[in-house]
Design a protein around this ligand. Structure first.
Ligand SMILES: Cc1cc2nc3c(=O)[nH]c(=O)nc-3n(C[C@H](O)[C@H](O)[C@H](O)COP(=O)(O)O)c2cc1C
Length: 243
């Protein structure tokens, strides 16, 4: 099994979201007894030219983008992978700009639009290279106390792109708490459910509903989180004064 992680956080190696993604991927690897191969691509390090909107990939060059940068190589890796994980923070209720640039360039992997409508389980375009066995997972963390409401715009966008039910969302609130050294013990326990989700993804090809329901529960009760985040920002201000 090949797993491709597309890290869409500009914070790369210190990404909060990657803590969740790593737990999920660890679960897959553990369940596969180490036979799963994992490759991570940091989108911010890739040469990705913005889509020029020429639509050649839908006409003249059929499925091929005319821009020659890192995209053709990433597309090849996507084609060869069994599980594709997009890992990214929520930015202004959507995906970060670098990931949007990447997503726009994926147009060549979508079918030409010929007036079709999105039905349940299908997207507006449909995939050019559909595969029943390929799994697409989005892992995202955000700064707010809860995932309710704030993820609605992003999920609506992915529903339109992939089709409802054609991807697995894993959403995590209180992202800022995930890498605080003093909270490590608590966070390690909190991350266990994402590892369980990974084990299930390997075993059943999906996350069972009871686990899925637990995934977006926050690491801390709202009141505790409020105290933590207030302390974080006052410490930040203090650190500037002490320089
Ligand atoms: C430009 C920018 C916009 C953001 N917008 C939101 C937002 O709309 N909602 C939210 O809850 N958090 C928002 N955040 C916070 C990040 O989503 C959060 O800190 C996340 O855990 C960062 O993950 P990363 O370390 O993987 O990049 C924003 C952060 C930045 C830098």
């Amino acid at each position: 099994m090949k797993i491709l992680v597309l890290n869409g956080s500009p914070r790369k190696g210190v990404s909060n979201t990657m803590k969740v993604t790593e737990a999920f991927v660890d679960g897959i690897c553990e369940e596969s007894c180490g036979s799963a191969e994992v490759e991570t691509i940091n989108i911010v390090d890739c040469k990705i030219t913005p889509c020029t909107g020429c639509l050649s990939c839908w006409g003249k060059t059929e499925g091929e983008c005319v821009i020659k940068d890192d995209i053709p190589q990433i597309k090849e890796k996507i084609m060869k992978s069994d599980i594709i994980v997009e890992s990214f923070p929520l930015y202004f209720f959507g995906m970060p700009g670098i990931l949007k640039l990447f997503t726009d360039r994926m147009l060549s992997m979508m079918c030409t639009y010929k007036g079709q409508r999105a039905e349940l389980g299908t997207s507006f375009h449909g995939l050019r290279y559909p595969s029943k066995d390929k799994k697409f997972v989005i892992v995202s963390s955000c700064g707010y106390a809860l995932t309710d409401y704030v993820y609605d715009p992003l999920l609506a966008q992915y529903d339109c792109i992939c089709g409802k039910g054609n991807y697995t969302p894993i959403l995590c609130p209180q992202g800022k708490t995930l890498r605080v050294p003093e909270l490590k013990n608590h966070i390690d326990k909190f991350l266990e459910k994402f590892k369980q989700a990974g084990r299930e993804m390997y075993r059943f090809g999906k996350i069972i509903p009871e686990t899925a329901e637990k995934l977006s529960k926050p690491p801390f009760p709202e009141r505790t989180f409020k105290a933590l985040i207030q302390k974080f920002w006052s410490d930040e201000k203090e650190s500037v004064k002490n320089v």
